[in-house]
Ligand binder design. Structure first.
Ligand SMILES: O=C(CO)[C@@H](O)[C@H](O)[C@H](O)[C@H](O)COP(=O)(O)O
Ligand SMILES: [Zn+2]
Length: 198
């Protein structure tokens, strides 16, 4: 019984990934172009999200600054979820909804990219970060699910929306991390070219 339930989760996750491969290949490719344009122009990627999406923001930044699968110089990315002094100061002195937007306003420059990760599309602190990024003439790449929630109406023509067609947070997160790995892989391909056979 328990094993069946576990197997069903694998099947559901796999089914969603097949469906998402059709729908998300184009926006993920658009995200690659946005990030490559940003990085080659000397810009950086700021990443934010709550809970599991905070982990995704950090996971992504680690693969950019460190490496993904290939050797290369580090790429500029900062997770806005890690500095507990900033998070507690802004959360305490202003409010929790400002913990990311204050950092975007302080660190973001025109041409930078904000990677905004929210499965519901409705987290107020992530939406505030998007507003701050737009005010800075940054490009937003939003990773969402559940139809995109309030995020959908905030995005402009030059932004990218990677919206996972599912309702469950866990399933959406599983596709988000795949999308981020696709992004890392394709950015490396664009910057380094095809890998030579060894
Ligand atoms: O990882 C999980 C659930 O799988 C949770 O930690 C989840 O990320 C948190 O509840 C978040 O606060 C949800 O926020 P969001 O994805 O709706 O923006
Ligand atoms: Zn989770």
């Amino acid at each position: 019984m328990l094993e069946q339930r576990i197997q069903q989760q694998f099947f559901d996750s796999a089914d969603l990934k097949y469906a998402a491969a059709e729908i998300l290949a184009k926006p993920i490719a658009d995200a690659v172009n946005a990030v490559v344009g940003c990085i080659t122009a000397g810009g950086k990627v700021l990443a934010c999200g709550n809970g599991g999406s905070a982990s995704d923001a950090q996971h992504f930044a680690a693969e950019f600054v460190g490496r993904f699968e290939r050797e290369r110089p580090g790429l500029a990315a900062i997770a806005l979820t890690t500095d507990t002094s900033i998070l507690t100061a802004v959360g305490n002195d202003y409010d929790f909804n400002s913990i990311f937007s204050k950092q975007v306003q302080a660190l973001g420059s025109p041409g930078d990219v904000l990677l905004a990760i929210t499965t519901s599309g409705n987290s107020a602190n992530v939406l505030a970060a998007v507003d701050a990024a737009k005010a800075k003439d940054m490009t937003v790449i939003a990773l969402t699910g559940r139809g995109g929630g309030k995020m959908r109406e905030r995005l402009g023509e030059t932004d990218v929306h990677i919206c996972v067609p599912h309702e469950r947070t866990a399933r959406i997160q599983e596709v988000h991390i795949l999308a981020l790995h696709c992004l890392c892989d394709a950015v490396d391909l664009q910057l380094l070219g095809e890998q030579e056979n060894t």
